[in-house]
Design a protein around this ligand. Sequence first.
Ligand code: MN
Length: 201
Amino acid sequence: MAYEVPALPYAYDALEPTIDEATMKLHHDKHHQAYVDKANAAISGTDLEGKPVDEVLANLSSLPADQQGPFRNNGGGHANHTLFWESMSPDGGGAPDGDLGAAIDAAFGSFDAFKEQFEANGVGQFGSGWTWLVLDGGELKLTKTANQDSPILEGQTPLLGNDVWEHAYYLNYNNRRPDYLKAWWNVVDWGKVAERYAAAK
Ligand code: MN
């Protein structure tokens, strides 16, 4: 079955004022759709057609050589954005508790220190890309990727990612990427991140 853009689990305006309705509509309906269309084109007719996007990214070298680049960009875009929509909620914000909260404190010193480094990675990503919390060999790590590269390409499991492409924030925040990164914590669904952590570790 071809890839499809998943429906948002909330209304387009549900994340306001952190993310405005116009940005959500363009980002979900236009940008994500374009990644899906191009990912489908890149995988069509190959042996991996019909496989889950995460599985294909983990086995990218199994694709024909001339489709690996297009799928890295567009399959990556599909995987990253699917995780992104599901990582946010109008009831989000606050801090992680339980196992995840304890693991973040242990890995990064404190929740505030974690947020500071996650934001710094987003600010420091030159050009387009993502800032991530990943599980890597059983350890929590903070990382960033360029373009639509998924941490799955590095053998890591993405737990939380924020999109720092200008299309994610420019309408509302203009050039103020640091302000967007700071405000974004208000909509993070830590319950969802904890589910991913429990499943991955
Ligand atoms: Mn995006």
